[in-house]
Design a protein around this ligand. Structure first.
Ligand code: HEM
Length: 505
């Protein structure tokens, strides 16, 4: 799991260390072929970049460039070790817009709300998402969806998905998630020390499958299918991003086989739904009934691809966020007490099953989630390819630069946030981010590529944590608060073991 990530939007950490990890995993006799191919590909890319840069219009002022004495790899090692620190130091030295090279590619970061506006207000034809994401997403989701289609089509698909993510469905989801959580955590017993992140990752596959795929697909989710999801998810690797897709790597083969098998499972379920005439009110049905603006309904392949996308887009993002939230609450016992008291104050002393209106009123819990997403946004960088020259902070960003915005850095800039590194959910009672700080807080992105899963993620994570707070009291193990594991594309907690004890009242 460690080397995997959610959607391709989480793709930027191109450190040499990861390149080495990737190669190490190719422990069959293809290694030399792969190495040769990748060196050739990357070198060609690098040389063409250099040529491009040399031929750039010298009349324009390009963003400050962070020099590196290491040819080709550039800053990959220092960035890979500690990306946030790297970017913060560069911000202090060069300002909000700067460029640097890693593994032969030039990255231009737009830090701070004002600079980030360029990305969020841009047209997809100018700052393009497919160019950077599709080589990862298309083999996993399949053709005809997401970044495999022109963006106006993807926007229509997002609209269809959003129709399915509605309040009526959320009301049902809360019941499902509460029941799945209670059942899953039975195995934890009354007290102990366990890996919270692992548990939440397993739980969220179950809840997401129930809520986003429907009861038929959830009922088929056994160990074999879970393994298929894991193999498919393994497609979101640095290898898939860095190396040519035609290479016969074991992980690529596993990904492609898992893709075919999962699609076959989904095809059967969709066919059964279509022919049974049974109208179930869920997201699968929303997709079966949906049509594009021109009246064409989605075909089974598109529906299946969208179901895969839904599951994987929410999987690591929500499980990582939920795990970090648990550790923040375990570290601050007073906050945890307040959150538990809120459960009783809002829902009633006897803590009846959760419902949508109560969940909405759990405002302290909501602020805890919001603050977790500030300090640990799962998607550290959003990326686009500059297809036309772009202007930011008076600089011209040339065609071919990979333009990046980092929620993690924006969420902790010292000139925007007070007590920036403190986990303080109550800051939202007084701080409001508007106007020039509009993009200071962007855990779900903004603009045309904005997340459609935000409301579902809030429902899911708040339901899980309401249930867990009612069951257990949590503590750090000997005061250990997890450090951040930067080797994963999504920054997961390192050694995420938590101590828990069943509540007696
Ligand atoms: C805590 C949970 C989540 C976080 C923090 C998150 C974050 C994000 C971010 C930052 C983006 C923008 C990417 C970019 O601009 O490159 C995004 C896009 C997206 N997310 Fe999420 N997401 C979460 C959960 C979900 C869930 C549960 C779903 C589906 C049910 C989902 C579906 C999508 C989709 C379809 C896009 C659109 C991508 C595009 O238009 O290019 N996300 N998400």
């Amino acid at each position: 799991m460690a080397e995997r990530a959610t959607m391709s939007m989480h793709l930027y950490q191109i450190s040499s260390r990861l390149l080495v990890d990737t190669v190490e995993r190719m422990n069959d006799n293809l290694t030399s072929v792969v190495l040769a191919a990748s060196v050739i590909t990357l070198t060609l890319g690098y040389v063409s970049k250099l040529l491009l840069r040399q031929s750039a219009d010298s009349g324009q002022k390009h963003p400050p460039y962070i020099p590196s004495s290491i040819p080709f790899l550039g800053h990959a090692i220092s960035f890979g070790k500690s990306p946030i620190e790297f970017l913060e130091q560069a911000y202090d030295k060069y300002g909000p817009v700067f460029s640097f090279t890693m593994v032969g590619k030039t990255f231009t970061y737009l830090l701070g709300s004002e600079a980030a506006a360029l990305m969020f207000n841009s047209k997809n034809e100018d700052l393009n998402a497919e160019d950077v994401y599709s080589r990862l997403t298309t083999p996993v989701f399949g053709k005809g969806v997401a970044y495999d289609v022109p963006n106006p089509i993807f926007l229509e698909q997002k609209k269809m998905l959003k129709t399915g993510l509605n309040i009526a469905h959320f009301k049902e989801h809360i019941k499902i998630i509460e029941a799945e959580t209670i059942e899953y955590f039975q195995r934890w017993g009354d007290s102990g020390e366990r890996n919270l992140f692992e548990a939440l990752s397993e739980l969220i596959i179950l809840t997401a499958s129930s809520c986003l795929h429907g009861k038929e697909i959830r009922s088929m989710l056994d160990e074999r299918v879970a393994q298929l999801y894991a193999d498919l998810d393994g497609g979101f690797s640095h290898a898939a991003w860095l190396l040519p897709g035609w290479l016969p790597l074991p992980s690529f083969r596993k990904r492609d086989k898992a893709h075919r098998e999962i699609k076959n499972i989904f095809f059967k379920v969709i066919q059964k739904r279509r022919t049974s005439g049974e109208k179930v009110d869920d997201i699968l049905q929303t997709l079966i009934d949906a049509t594009y603006k021109n009246g064409r309904p989605l075909n089974d392949d598109e529906i299946s691809g969208m179901l895969i996308g839904l599951l994987l887009a929410g999987q690591h993002t929500s499980s990582t966020t939920s795990a970090w939230m648990g550790f923040f609450m375990a570290r601050d016992k007073d906050l945890q007490r307040r959150c538990y008291a809120e459960q009783k104050a809002v829902c009633g002393e006897d803590l009846p099953p959760l419902d949508f209106d109560q969940l909405k009123d759990l405002s302290l819990l909501e602020r805890c989630l919001k603050e977790t997403l500030r300090l640990r946004p799962p998607i550290m960088t959003m990326m686009r390819m500059a297809r036309s020259p772009q202007t930011a902070a008076g600089y011209t960003i040339p065609v071919g630069h990979q333009v990046c915005v980092s929620p993690t850095v924006n969420h902790r800039l010292h000139d925007t946030w007070s007590e920036r590194m403190e986990f303080n959910p109550d800051r939202y009672l007084s701080e409001t981010l508007i106007g020039e700080n509009k993009f200071a807080y962007v855990p779900f992105g903004a603009g045309r590529h904005r997340c459609i899963g935000e409301n579902f993620a809030y429902v899911q994570i708040k339901t899980i944590w309401s249930t867990l707070l009612r069951m257990y009291e949590f503590d750090l193990v000997d005061g250990y608060f997890p450090s951040i594991n930067y080797t994963t594309m999504i920054h997961t907690p390192h050694n995420p073991v938590i101590r828990y004890k069943r509540r007696t009242q």
